[in-house]
Design a protein. Structure first.
Length: 198
């Protein structure tokens, strides 16, 4: 009886393995925070021509990192590989409903840096600022002292100094990643304005 059960279990395992081996294997999607960083830059670029090298230069990343990020974004259905454009509606939905779970920040101690979230444009002009230390991306050249808020990618502080629109989008996304209900509500409105029609 026991031998029959073991034989049956062993046969079943072989059948399952054979089915798996003969089926098409779909690799899991492993979206990384920098993929969102790349997609936000592409939202700004719009329908203008871009290359992996031009994105890498603007984002202070390697060309291979940009290429891998776009490949993951296509796999996650956040980018149209044929047109070379982010799928705005899908990306918007992910940012509003998923980014706070996928890429929630770990707050650090007080540091010098560049303000983000509710403490950066455009939200700082809409939301009443408190006396609490604001969230900042760590940067030794930053002019604001606040609590450390890790950016989506290490080069964000450099890139935003050259691109005001990217700075605003990343600050909005950070409010979605970690903001209070009111901040998130305003951030969603601001995100939709910047994304425009799909």
């Amino acid at each position: 009886m026991i031998i029959d059960s073991l034989f049956h279990a062993s046969s079943l395992n072989k059948i399952i393995l054979a089915l798996f081996a003969n089926s098409e294997y779909i690799a899991p999607m492993n979206l990384k925070p920098q993929d969102i960083y790349i997609l936000l830059k592409l939202i700004i670029v719009g329908e203008d021509q871009w290359s992996y090298a031009s994105l890498a230069k603007a984002l202070f990343m390697s060309t291979s990192e940009v290429h891998a990020g776009i490949k993951r974004a296509v796999s996650a259905r956040l980018m149209d590989s044929q047109r070379g454009l982010p799928l705005k509606k899908s990306l918007e939905e992910f940012l509003i409903h998923g980014i706070k779970y996928a890429f929630s920040p770990d707050h650090g101690g007080l540091t010098r840096g560049i303000p983000t979230g509710y403490a950066a444009p455009p939200l700082k002009n809409i939301i009443t600022q408190t006396n609490e230390p604001p969230p900042v991306w760590p940067d030794p050249d930053g002019d604001t002292r606040g609590y450390e808020f890790p950016p989506l990618y290490k080069s964000v502080p450099k890139a935003v100094q050259q691109d005001k629109m990217l700075y605003e989008l990343l600050a909005i996304v950070d409010a979605l990643r970690d903001g209070r209900a009111r901040e998130r509500e305003i951030a969603i409105k601001e995100l939709k304005i910047r994304f425009g029609p799909p």
